[in-house]
Structure formats: structure tokens, C-alpha cells
Design a protein around this ligand. Structure first.
Ligand code: SAM
Ligand code: GLN
Length: 282
């Protein structure tokens, strides 16, 4: 049997040759054996138990074949919560955690200590809706998705994380409009990739296309939301979106065109890319 050190050395080399992130093998071993990194480091010179070696090699084979590690594990971490993921939902991204964090601070500023309601359009795994709901007890949270399979995953995640979110299957805002629900906050990370853009194998071969592509220019879902948002928003409200790093100018123009009385703000992610759009009705 190899030691942990030998095993990681061998697989890190293989990852490197395929341009996978440097820590891929280490991260997978840590998650697989459910221990802290430091506890694994302490065992570096010990032999790897045969059952661990077997599952590690089976999983790494899939990962080296560009399958997302989160699919191999069956879960992903987001905002400190564990989310079940499969091929029916987008794997929640780190940039989206930043969106959640800004939403929570804007809620504090605009609606301090008030009971408010919010909707997450295109909730996927439920990552945004569940995190916001669990972090801010004053919010009544709704979430929608066109994909029944995604809503099933999201409901399971809400149960596992003891979150109180009401889910609906339907097209964009339609279920909320039909039920006459009004909200103070509208959140969406819609599919925003232009339909002809080339994507990495790990994304295009494994993640649902319905979660990725937003029409010819990537903007069709923002248009639909801007056109219809006033049917569900209270007078004082805000909207929070994730967007593509190169969509700032077109997004600001869209806001001017559809919502001339609103105030818009674009925020950057930690990589310095334009990534979030906030629209305020004060
Ligand atoms: N909110 C999740 C997140 O941030 O990780 C998932 C975001 S993913 C980029 C977009 C989601 O929108 C997918 O779950 C997809 O199924 C959903 N979607 C696509 N078209 C939709 C539509 N017409 N109405 C509602 N949801 C839609
Ligand atoms: N950020 C995702 C990606 O790069 C796309 C998410 C989206 O379209 N909203 O694959």
C-alpha cells in the first residue's frame, strides 16, 4: 500500500498534466475521508487503508475524466451549508456566495429588523434561497425553477438544512404572478451564457444546459424579469442579479430602457470582475 504522501504525489502529477487545479487530489481525499486537512497531514507517512485507496482511485478516475468532483461526491459546499447536487442542477459557484453576502447587507440597510419577503428565480439546488433564508430570519422566502427535477433537489436541500422556503415549478416569475404574491426582494442568477459560447468539458458535458444558456446574447432572462418585475415587487424594493463579467454596459442600458426610475449598481467579485447587478426602487 502507498502512503498518503505517495498517493497524493502520484495523483497531483496526473491532475497537473490535465490542467486540473493543483489541490484537486488533496481536496477529494479530504472530502472522501471526512476529516480536516490538518488531520490528514498528520497521517502523511502512514499507509492508506485499502478501502480508502479503492474509493479514492475510483473517484479520481472520474475526476481525471473531467467529471466535476461535486458530482462524484454528490454534494457541494455553499455559504457554509452542504448542498446535494446532481446533473439536474448547476453546481453553486463561489461568485454566487458573494452575491448572497451583498444581498444580506443590502437587506440590513434597506429593511433593518423588518419582516420582508423575497423570491429566488431559477433556484437550481436552492443554494441562494436556502442560504439567505437561514442567514436572515426576517425573510419569508419563495423560490421558482422551470425544472421539476431541480425543484426536487432544492426541496431536499431545504429539508437537510432546515430552511423554510416555499418552492414552485414554473417559468420565471409566472408562478409568483399567478398567485398574486408580492415581494420586497427579487433575486436571480439566471442562465446568462450566450448560446454559442464554448465551455469547459467539466461544465458542458455534465451540467444542465437549461441552467447555463440565456439565448443568443445571454440576456433573455434579464429582459423577461425587467419587463415583469413590477407585477410582483412592492413599491420599495430591490433586485439582485449575478451576471457575466462582460455584461456591465448592456445590463445598465437594459435597466435604463425597462426601468427608467430605478437606480442601478454593478459590483465586482473578488477576482475584480463585474459580476453582480443591484437595482433599487426607493
Ligand atoms: N440559483 C442557482 C445558483 O445560483 O446556483 C442556479 C442558477 S442556474 C445559473 C439557473 C437556473 O435557472 C437553473 O436552475 C435553471 O433550471 C433555471 N431556469 C432556466 N430557465 C428558466 C425559466 N424559464 N424559468 C425558471 N427557471 C429557469
Ligand atoms: N458562472 C457559470 C459558469 O461559468 C454560469 C452561471 C450562469 O449562467 N448563471 O459556468
Amino acid at each position: 500500500m502507498p502512503t498518503f504522501k505517495q498517493l497524493l504525489h502520484e495523483y497531483s502529477l496526473q491532475c497537473d498534466q490535465l490542467d486540473l487545479p493543483e489541490q484537486t487530489a488533496l481536496t477529494y481525499l479530504v472530502e472522501l475521508t471526512q476529516q480536516k486537512r490538518i488531520d490528514l497531514y498528520m497521517k502523511f507517512d502512514q499507509e492508506v487503508p485499502s478501502d480508502v485507496l479503492e474509493s479514492f482511485e475510483i473517484g479520481m478516475k472520474r475526476i481525471l475524466n473531467h467529471e466535476p468532483m461535486q458530482h462524484v461526491l454528490g454534494y457541494s459546499w455553499f455559504y457554509g451549508y452542504k448542498f446535494k447536487v446532481n446533473s439536474n442542477v448547476l453546481i453553486p459557484r463561489p461568485e454566487t456566495e458573494e452575491l448572497v453576502s451583498y444581498i444580506l447587507s443590502r437587506v440590513d440597510e434597506m429593511f433593518p429588523q423588518q419582516n420582508i419577503s423575497a423570491v429566488d428565480i431559477g433556484t437550481g439546488s436552492g443554494a441562494i434561497a436556502i442560504s439567505v433564508s437561514n442567514e436572515e430570519e426576517h425573510i419569508k422566502m419563495y423560490a421558482t425553477d422551470i425544472s421539476e427535477e431541480a425543484i426536487e433537489v432544492a426541496k431536499q436541500n431545504a429539508m437537510d438544512n432546515e430552511a423554510n422556503v416555499e418552492f414552485f415549478v414554473g417559468d420565471m416569475l409566472a408562478p409568483i404572478i399567478d398567485l398574486g404574491i408580492k415581494v420586497d426582494v427579487l433575486i436571480s442568477n439566471p442562465p446568462y451564457i450566450p448560446s454559442h459560447e464554448a465551455l469547459e468539458t467539466s461544465v458542458i458535458d455534465y451540467e444542465p444546459h437549461v441552467a447555463l444558456f440565456g439565448g443568443e446574447d445571454g440576456l433573455k432572462f434579464y429582459r423577461t424579469i425587467f419587463e415583469n418585475c413590477q407585477k410582483i415587487l412592492n413599491e420599495k424594493a430591490f433586485m439582485a442579479f449575478e451576471m457575466g463579467w462582460d455584461q456591465k454596459t448592456v445590463m445598465l442600458n437594459l435597466v435604463k430602457e425597462y426601468l427608467p426610475n430605478a437606480e442601478a449598481e454593478v459590483l465586482q467579485d473578488i477576482n475584480g470582475k463585474d459580476r453582480m447587478l443591484f437595482v433599487y426602487f426607493r
